[in-house]
Design a protein around this ligand. Structure first.
Ligand code: NDP
Length: 481
């Protein structure tokens, strides 16, 4: 059985207390590896290493840092197949998805920030003959990066890459539920050329390792992606310490289908935006609003196509939906499915656990589920389920749908389907969301700002936004006359 280790000061080592946790594969429900059950002592050790490494790394030339990040990107690409298989085994997602989306995106994240840093510049403000201001953008020190289980290496690298590119050292914690690809990546760090202590990866639980990172007085900057409640708990600790915080949190995204949409494209993409990665993407559209005139036609096509989706072995290339991430998460999703009929809804597709056979019998499989007839403000339509469950709701006018779409505490992303340009602009402006897609979904340009409003977070990742976050501006004013 593989034993995962922490990466501290360039070495792969056991946690100080030598305690380990079980790591299960959602594919079969079996324990297949051991994860360090690290704590604040391991975090403290990593902080000492990072402190020593910081003067070295932050003084490397931009070209040198860029070269090392780009080399890591290349090494991940060279190991794409093994990493995709590992991601699927750890998380339950189809290997096909991990090899087309998750791992290529981790490759792009390191490549993107390895090159973006070369184009990052700061401002200067002239006061004519009187004075010249220029702004230095300096690395801050040690950054804490905490990431979730749904897109493990993808989101892990999305934080680490800009933090390192900007010249910071990093203490990173992947989710305890999906630690494997971060561990496999930690084996590539030395080969990429990182000096010891620049990137440290500590495995363990949120309440122990995550909290120790947030509480540590020598980690002044925290980048976190995860649930809204965890984000709130982190803010409580970080705020009185005046730490710089980036919080990418939950969502309950609306997917709005107007009757003038390109029908086929809207239906096909809605199937993807509802059920990709078993609905466990923070950007999935979990509330589908359909304009009255096409409601029945859309419903029929959407339900039919959803029923055609194959729930099965994540390692089978024909599988559309693999396993959800854990047994406890499966139970949570099922509890919402059970609630649907109690709350007056009708389940049009799915609604049940899928029992597969043989070695997959202990895995965590769920049917893709569509519910209709629920009030827009009921629990299922307001709380984040983070699974293969969507509701469909008819609407009459733009005003009606905006009211319903904006009614949750979240505001991460939204999708709009219309061929009417004026409407597309107006509704995009009025939606409470950090990201709006019109006639598409999940199309990403890494230069654009990424993040949410309201309970979906604070701050933006992506492009120069992340490089701004991971650097501190200092204005220098020189009197000229
Ligand atoms: P959690 O909030 O449970 O965990 C996220 C990370 O935080 C994990 O590494 C977790 O560790 C750690 N953690 C847990 N408790 C603490 C704590 N007290 N202090 C510090 N760290 C802690 O989220 P999930 O992993 O369940 O991820 C799903 C959530 O993430 C959903 O709400 C989803 O919407 C959101 N998400 C948001 C995205 C965005 O960009 N806005 C993108 C992707 C997901 P461990 O797992 O080991 O306990």
């Amino acid at each position: 059985m593989e034993k995962i280790q922490n990466l501290i000061n360039g070495n792969l080592i056991d946690p100080i207390k030598r305690k380990f946790l079980d790591n299960r594969t959602p594919r079969t429900g079996e324990v297949y590896s051991k994860i360090p059950d690290s704590d604040e002592e391991d975090v403290a050790l990593a902080v000492s290493a990072a402190k020593e490494a910081f003067p070295i790394w932050s003084n490397y030339s931009i070209d040198k840092r860029s070269e090392i990040l780009t080399r890591l990107s290349q090494l991940i690409e060279d190991n794409l197949e093994a990493l995709a298989l590992a991601e699927s085994k750890d998380n339950g997602k189809p290997v096909s998805l991990a090899s087309k989306v998750d791992i290529p995106r981790a490759v792009s994240n390191f490549h993107f920030y390895g090159t973006a840093i070369k184009h990052f510049a700061s401002e200067s403000h002239s006061m004519g003959n009187l004075a010249l201001n220029y702004t230095l953008r300096e690395p801050i020190g040690i950054a804490g990066c905490i990431s979730p289980w749904n897109l493990p290496l993808y989101l892990f690298s999305w934080k680490i890459a800009p933090a390192l590119a900007a010249g910071n050292c990093v203490i990173a914690k992947p989710s305890e539920v999906t630690p494997m690809t971060a561990y496999l990546m930690s084996k590539l760090v030395k080969e990429a050329g990182f000096p010891d202590g620049v990137l440290n990866i500590i495995h363990g639980t949120g309440p122990k390792v995550g909290q120790a990172i947030v509480e540590h007085p020598d980690i002044p900057i925290i980048s976190f992606t995860g649930g809204t409640a965890t984000g709130a708990a982190i803010s409580k600790i970080a705020a009185p310490m005046f730490k710089k915080l980036s919080l990418e949190l939950g969502g309950k995204n609306p997917n709005i289908i107007f009757d003038d949409c390109d029908f086929e494209k809207a239906v096909n993409t809605t199937v993807k935006s509802s059920f990709a990665n078993q609905g466990q993407i923070c950007l999935c559209g979990s509330r589908v609003f359909i304009q009255e005139k096409i409601y029945e036609k859309f419903k029929e096509a959407f339900v039919r196509k959803t029923k055609e989706l194959i729930v099965g072995d994540p390692q089978d290339s024909k599988t559309n939906l693999g396993a959800v991430v854990s047994e406890s998460h499966m139970r949570k999703i099922l509890s919402y499915m059970f609630l649907a009929e109690k709350d007056g809804g009708t389940i049009l597709a799915g609604g049940k656990q899928v029992k597969l056979e043989g070695e997959l019998a202990g895995g965590y499989y769920l049917q893709p589920t569509i519910i209709e007839g629920l009030a827009y403000d009921c629990k299922i339509n307001q709380e984040e389920i983070f699974g293969p469950v969507v509701t469909i709701t008819p609407f009459k006018t733009e005003e009606d749908v905006l009211m319903m779409a904006n009614s949750t505490k979240y505001g991460l992303s939204a999708t709009v389907w219309t061929e009417n340009l004026k409407r597309a602009h107006n509704i995009s402006k009025a939606l409470h969301a950090g990201i709006v897609w019109v006639n598409t979904w999940l199309l990403r340009d890494l230069r654009t700002p990424f993040g949410g409003v309201k309970g979906s977070g604070v701050g933006r990742e992506g492009g120069f936004e992340a490089l701004h976050f991971f650097t501190e501006p200092k204005n220098v004013c020189i009197k000229l006359s």
